[in-house]
Design a protein around this ligand. Structure first.
Ligand SMILES: [Zn+2]
Length: 83
């Protein structure tokens, strides 16, 4: 596993709070059952993960290993009702 610098417990608590808020606001509580990061998804053999942090286009949606941000994917393919 790749080593990531430790940024302090407050930082991680904030990330977790953002993640819970984002899933709740999107009305997708099931997103919280996804891995929290790409390395975690790799560990668990999952194809999708949810960080709770916005992508560079501002979507707070799950991300796929291959397809990237789900919000971007939906926009790119004109699937506006998919979420
Ligand atoms: Zn996006």
């Amino acid at each position: 596993m790749k080593h990531t610098p430790f940024l302090g417990w407050d930082h991680y608590a904030q990330l977790e709070a953002d993640r819970v808020n984002a899933a709740t606001e999107a009305r997708h509580p099931e997103w919280l059952g996804l891995p929290k990061s790409r390395p975690q998804a790799v560990d668990q053999g999952k194809k999708v993960y949810f960080t709770g942090q916005p992508c560079k286009h501002g979507h707070v949606t799950p991300r796929g290993m291959r397809k990237g941000c789900l919000g971007c994917y939906i926009q790119r393919h004109g699937l506006s009702d998919a979420l």
